[in-house]
Design a protein around this ligand. Structure first.
Ligand code: IPE
Ligand code: IPE
Ligand code: MG
Length: 260
């Protein structure tokens, strides 16, 4: 069984996920090697984490490397691995200062012992029972694989008579998924493409999805604030509209039949 995961409230913006796309195009536009694009992208993560803490966001879940990204050239993958190690070394002290808890999820085994050890230590060093923000990093993650693996775990538990088929529900499924958060309120994808690329399929069932043209290395705190404000205003407006329509619906002086 996994740890209890953060709660969701569909009327508030507490759990944000980001598909950080566009590093390659940014590097190309600036006549730089792709690794430089990824490096610039890591710096943006630092800014957005700071802003999440300021904005009282509970969880930020970021797509750092997908299961499909293993098909990229070895030189690019090696560059990303080196960056992961450097990013953890550089950023963990600041994460501790900001009370940010760092979690990694995905097929991390494939990244090798150096990264696994680094991740384990970072997880321990940032472990807090009441953090200001949980930063969840998807590494070697694929949503379809996660659903299939979770199904296998549950089937095995049924076979071993640990649970009954009738007990399987959304909560049980979420608890056995690799993803450390049950429900995402807002997904942001930078880079202009309008797809999910196999990210968090089960957890985004009710998420608002925003596609932003800017490439990830150009994304700023201001862009992030504007995205979360748009989501909050949309939610607020819809809620107000429902209350407004409800008031009309039940105001029998205006609509004697209770309808409009
Ligand atoms: C996303 O940027 C980062 C990773 C997938 C690791 P890309 O490298 O996909 O950038 P574009 O989409 O080619 O511009
Ligand atoms: C999504 O970007 C994955 C990450 C940001 C880690 P990709 O660039 O890999 O996605 P596709 O290939 O455009 O769908
Ligand atoms: Mg891309």
């Amino acid at each position: 069984m996994g740890q209890p995961k953060s709660n969701n409230n569909q009327n508030s913006l507490k759990n944000v996920a980001i598909i950080m796309d566009g590093n390659g195009r940014w590097a190309k536009n600036n006549k730089l090697k792709i690794t430089k694009g990824h490096e610039k992208g890591v710096g943006v993560v630092k800014d957005i984490v700071e802003e999440c803490v300021t904005q009282n966001i509970n969880t930020l879940t970021i797509y750092a490397f997908s299961s499909e990204n293993w098909s990229r050239p070895k030189s690019e993958i090696d560059g990303i691995k080196t960056l992961i190690i450097k990013a953890i070394s550089d950023q963990v002290p600041e994460l501790i200062d900001q009370r940010v808890k760092l979690n990694f999820f995905g097929d991390i085994e494939n990244f090798g012992s150096k990264i696994i050890n680094k991740i384990d230590k970072a997880h321990k060093d940032t472990f807090l029972s009441n953090p200001s923000l949980e930063l969840n990093v998807a590494l070697g993650y694929g949503g379809r694989n996660d659903i299939i693996n979770t199904s296998k775990i549950l089937v095995k538990k049924v076979q071993d008579r640990e649970i009954k088929i009738k007990d399987i529900n959304e909560d049980i499924f979420s608890q056995h998924s690799l993803v450390p958060i049950d429900n995402i309120d807002l997904v942001i994808r930078t880079g202009g493409d309008r797809r999910l690329s196999n990210f968090l399929l089960f957890q985004i069932a009710y998420a608002e999805i925003m596609f932003i043209e800017k490439l990830w290395p150009d994304f700023t705190k201001e862009d992030f604030i504007s995205a979360i404000l748009t989501k909050v205003i949309t939610t607020y407006t819809i809620r107000k509209l429902i209350i407004f329509i409800g008031a009309f619906k039940y105001d029998t002086r205006i609509f004697p039949n209770g309808s409009f």
